[in-house]
Design a protein around this ligand. Structure first.
Ligand SMILES: *Cc1c(COP(=O)(O)O)cnc(C)c1O
Length: 833
């Protein structure tokens, strides 16, 4: 530990240690890092090293990393403003970032220096890492995708701003009480965040409600919106560093603040209590992330959130237009809409161009159509967002008028092409009439967007053929595919350092930014020494996972068990129930004596899943998983050959621990329901084999790794359609299959609910008489595939060989490749310099 732990005050003037040094930042040596760390501890936290607590040390440490990146960040902001480069504005209501510290250390190449520096101060860097609360500003895959994309754009040197919402409370923290999910607020900001920079000077006004009117402007009739109330949107900037390239982009998240007291007085005429109340009301907008994944509830606050962040983002962009000339907009920006959540940006840009900047409607529409592109993320009809006309008209009256006009002009074009085909006009109208008059946001996005993309080959095809067939006929060139990806920096390098080192030893550096180079590993699959080393990495990852689980939840995976993992949001279409029926079948086989425990492959089934708080069936399934786990884990007849673990609060941090330890990846959604999945990619790239249906990106994973290294089961999408058409009766499958019947009967008997059969009865009757996601139809095929898994796992060498080939052949799923595809096919932009 340094002798005197109080550092001298920073010098003033030009020699200030944080003065913008172009390359050698203040922390690029061990000594420099220590000095800067102590300075931050003393002058930012106001403590000495000896008096500091671990939170102080985490903050000072994070700030030291931040200081180093700061010079690059400021330089990039300047460079992007100066260059004529097109800026990719990614509009997303969610960013599921995960912890920042390690990623920022990695990106800045400071990991070794920082580790040494902390050791010199007698500080355990691992303990500091554990201080960070991950910003959980997303629900699941969609938010994580946005986070992967901005990482890739920074790494590729593309000018990008991610726009979103700085939720005070992110996705809830999940706990279990008697096996049932309980939601706790996620107060990720209580300690403050060292990674954010508020910029109140760039706040934007966002308004709501009121009415519209027309007025005469020198002989031209114009519309204007007279809003009734408003809020300030204050931007908070976050650094998005590229990997070892000295580039830092910006994630800009908006926070709602009440407008100043003067405005409040206007609106509230001296009623102090009411003034404070309406202030709270306004600030509610950015309070909480809606925890529904794929099931929008049509809540007013949610529409407020959506408009709030896109209106602020558009104003932020328009502010920077050279000479305020809107005609240059399509050359300077592209707004990528991450699902329909930000689609209200379309009428907002029209409003700004027509009402505020006085462009002709046609000119404005021309510009708008070039500035937007839309990514669809679903195939579930209930996930397609609609807003009631009543609500939209009340909150955003001018926007509703604009939507009506866009719709009228669009339907005129449809009429020109097809004549007065009323059915078609009704089907293609942005306005739905039933069950209530509402605005179909996906239609608006499709009509306005220059491109519409699905997120995996199968999904894009179904989008064209099943979800928006009339639109794909009308706009044949609009519909394209861009298969999702994941960032290898976080999900391989940081999550799996052992595997990363092994890969680098084999094929050298460079693969982390050119992931297709993993192909060079193929020949190593035949090398027994490499296989042994690979298997040792997997074993070490399991030990590490056990350390984490023991500390976090007090349980662990038994030695020698296959680690069989299903982690993702709890949703019926993802079919956690199918996994559960497999487990219950194994358990029933052993306990009934039909199967000898010694003949069962030792496996631990690991679940991770949050359910939307209002999704009753999903919460019941969580309860059942925990109930089955409790019984199975405690039953001596199982002889320790089966384990069921469900660590609560699945999030990015837990994903980074679980995935590298997995042997088997469960991707078992009903074919035609999962748009892409990205969890499936994370697993394959970490050397897990997949058991999966022909759904989403599983299709492409299987094509790349080959049928011999992938366990396919279940109906294909056309088979699913055919079975629906014939008439699906789940009870027939129950009657016809002894093993399925025994599993369901065991659940129905109350064996997992202390003899009370009523507890899980709703699950049982749902399976037998409804089963929208055809769990029973795919059960037998799934069990057979699991037997193939057991057989394959018994041959350790061959399994490891397959695992290596999974890594070697899935480099395609880097989000860098996804970004290249967006750049070439949609954005027509290039990296800066
Ligand atoms: C990758 C990821 C997801 C998405 O998983 P899917 O299996 O694709 O649904 C969800 N949550 C977290 C925390 C993730 O890291």
């Amino acid at each position: 530990m340094p002798e005197n732990d109080i550092t001298p005050a920073p010098a003033t003037g030009a020699t200030h240690p944080l003065a913008l040094a172009p390359v050698a930042g203040p922390a690029s040596s061990v000594d420099g890092f220590v000095r800067q760390f102590l300075r931050n501890l003393n002058y930012e936290r106001g403590v000495t090293l000896s008096a500091s607590n671990v939170a102080d040390r985490y903050f000072a440490f994070a700030m030291t990393v931040r200081d180093y990146l700061m010079a690059r960040w400021l330089e990039d902001l300047r460079r992007q403003l100066a260059s004529k480069a097109k800026v990719v504005c990614y509009l997303s209501a969610e960013y599921l970032l995960g912890r920042q510290l390690d990623n920022n250390l990695l990106a800045s190449g400071l990991t070794d220096i920082a580790t040494e520096a902390m050791a010199a101060c007698g500080i355990d860097i691992y303990e500091l890492r554990e201080q960070e609360v991950e910003p959980g500003l997303g629900n699941g895959g969609l938010g994580r995708l946005a986070a992967c994309f901005i990482d890739s754009l920074a790494t590729m040197g593309v000018a990008n701003v991610g726009y979103g919402i700085r939720y005070e409370y992110g996705i809830f923290r999940q706990t279990f009480e008697d096996g049932q999910q309980v939601e706790q607020p996620d107060s990720w900001l209580t300690m403050g965040s060292p990674w954010e920079f508020p910029h109140p000077e760039f706040a934007q006004d966002v308004r709501f409600g009121g009415h519209t009117e027309t007025y005469d402007d020198d002989g031209v009739t114009r519309s204007r919106w007279i809003p009734a109330w408003g809020v300030k949107a204050v931007p908070y900037n976050y650094m998005v560093p590229g990997y070892l390239n000295g580039r830092v982009n910006t994630l800009r998240l908006w926070r709602a603040k009440a407008t100043n007291a003067f405005d409040l007085r206007i609106f509230n005429s001296g009623d102090f209590e009411e003034a404070v109340r309406s202030q709270t009301y306004a600030e509610n907008i950015s309070q909480v992330l809606y925890p529904e994944d794929s099931t929008p509830q049509g809540k007013e606050l949610r529409l407020q959130q959506q408009y709030f962040f896109v209106a602020a983002s558009i104003a932020d962009v328009v502010r920077l237009l050279p000479n305020g000339d809107p005609s240059t907009l399509p050359d300077r920006v592209i707004f990528q809409l991450n699902d329909t959540h930000p689609v209200i940006a379309v009428p907002e840009l029209m409003r700004v161009l027509v009402d505020d900047m006085h462009l002709e409607w046609d000119a404005a529409w021309e510009i708008t159509q070039k500035c937007f592109a839309y990514t669809c993320h679903t195939l579930l009809p209930e996930a397609l967002e609609v807003w009631s006309v009543e609500l939209l008209g009340r909150l955003l009256p001018r926007h509703l008028e604009i939507i009506y006009r866009i719709n009228e002009e669009f339907l005129d074009r449809v009429r020109e092409r097809y004549g007065d085909d009323l059915m078609r006009l009704r089907d293609m109208s942005i306005i739905a009439e039933f069950p209530e008059r509402s605005v179909r946001m996906a239609y608006l996005a499709t009509i306005a967007g220059a491109k519409v993309n699905g997120v995996a080959e199968l999904h894009s095809q179904l989008l064209r053929d099943k979800v928006l067939p009339q639109f794909s006929e009308f706009f044949p060139d609009k519909f394209i595919n861009v298969t999702n990806g994941i960032t290898p920096r976080r999900f391989i390098k940081l999550a799996n350092p052992g595997l990363s080192d092994l890969i680098t030893e084999a094929i050298g550096t460079g693969w982390l930014t050119d992931l297709e180079r993993l192909r060079e590993l193929e020949s190593y699959a035949e090398n027994p020494d490499f296989r042994t080393a690979f298997a040792e990495v997997k074993a070490a990852n399991k030990r590490h996972l056990n350390d984490v689980l023991r500390a976090r939840d007090g349980f662990e995976i038994a030695d020698g068990h296959m680690v069989d993992v299903m982690v993702k949001r709890l949703h019926e279409y993802k079919r956690q129930m199918l996994k559960l029926l497999h487990i219950v079948t194994l358990y029933e086989g052993i306990t009934s004596g039909r199967v000898a425990a010694a003949d069962v492959t030792p496996r631990t089934f690991v679940f991770g899943a949050k359910a939307a708080p209002g999704y009753v069936m999903a919460k019941r399934i969580i309860h059942l998983i925990n109930a089955v786990g409790k019984v199975v884990n405690a039953d001596p007849r199982v002889e320790g050959r089966l384990g069921v673990l469900f660590p609560p609060n699945y999030n990015v941090t837990l994903a980074e621990r679980l995935i590298p330890a997995a042997d088997l990846s469960e991707q078992i959604s009903l074919a035609g329901k999962e748009a892409s999945g990205t969890g499936n990619m994370k697993f394959a790239l970490n050397g897990a084999l997949t058991i999966g249906t022909d759904d989403g990106a599983n299709v492409e994973i299987r094509e790349l790794v080959g049928d011999d290294h992938f366990f396919l089961f279940g109906q294909s999408e056309p088979e699913v359609e055919a079975l629906w058409a014939r008439g699906y009766r789940p009870a027939d499958f129950y009657q016809a299959d002894d093993s399925l019947r025994r599993a369901i009967d065991l659940i129905a008997s109350g064996a997992f609910s202390g003899g009370d059969a009523s507890v899980f009865e709703p699950i049982v009757s749902n399976l037998l008489y409804d089963d929208r996601f055809m769990v029973l139809a795919d059960y037998s095929s799934y069990l057979q595939a699991q037997e193939r898994v057991d057989a394959a796992y018994a041959d350790t060498e061959s399994w490891t060989r397959s695992a290596i080939l999974n890594v070697a052949r899935t480099g395609y799923f880097s989000s860098d490749r996804s970004m290249r595809d967006y750049l070439d096919r949609i954005w027509r932009a290039e990296p800066v310099r």
